[in-house]
Design a protein around this ligand. Sequence first.
Ligand SMILES: [Zn+2]
Length: 259
Amino acid sequence: MLPADTLENRLVSLAQSPRLRAQTFATVAYGDARFPLRSFAWGDDALPAVYVLAGVHGDEPGGVEAALRLLESLADGAAPLTRHHLLVLPCLNPSGLADGTRANRIGQDINRQFHADRTQESAAVRGSLDPRQAAALVDLHCDRQAQGFYLFELRQEGIGSLAAPILDALTAQGHPLEEAPVYAGYVGRRGLFAPTTADLGQFHRRAPGLSLAEWAWENGIPRTYAIEAPAGNGGEWGSVMHLTALFALFAALEATKAE
Ligand SMILES: [Zn+2]
C-alpha cells in the first residue's frame, strides 16, 4: 500500500488543486537523499486552525492514506468546516515511509523528540505550526496489535471532551473499539485514553520525550488527539476509521460554543 511514487504523484496532483494551498515547508536530507515535507491549507486562514498530521511513524501508512483521502475530498469540493480552517501535513516521516520503518532513516523515533529540535522532522514541524492559532490537533497512527479503534485525548482545563461523538461515529459505522488499550502501562477503556497530567508524568518515566500530541497540548492547543486505528488489511480498514473519526471531530468542533 502507498508506494513512494504513488504518494508523490498524489501529493503533486493535490498541490495543483485551486481549493488547497500547498507548501513545501522543509526538506529533510539523509546523505544524498532529499525528502520534501509538505503541508496543505484549506479554508479561511483567519479562522482558528485544525491541524491534521500523519505518518510520523513510517511503518503506519494507514494514517498517510487517510490524510491523502481527506485532502482529495477537499480538492473535490467537500467543505466539512465553516468556523475553522484546516492545515494538513500528510507525511511527516517520508524516509521512514520509504524504508518501511517506524523511525526515520537514522533510527530516531520522531514522535519522542518534540520537546526539542532533535530530529530534522520534529524541528520542521515545530517551526511550521503556531499553537496559538489552533483549536485542535490530530495525529494519525496505526497499531499493529490493536483489534479496534482508540484515541488519546488531551484537553486544556475547562475545555469539554469531544471523545464521545468521535467514538459514537465509529460504532455507528460498525467499527470495533479497542476495549482495553494499553500504552506505557496505562490502560484505557472503550477506545479512550484521557490521561491526567499525573498519568503523563508516569508515561514519561517509561517513554521519555514528548510526542507530537503532547507537545501541542503543552503549548496550549485546547484539544489534541492521537488517533490509533488497527493496521490490518494493508491499512485500508484503519484509513476508513481515521476518516470517520476526523469528520466526526470536525462536526463536533463546529458545534462547540465559544470556550
Ligand atoms: Zn504510531
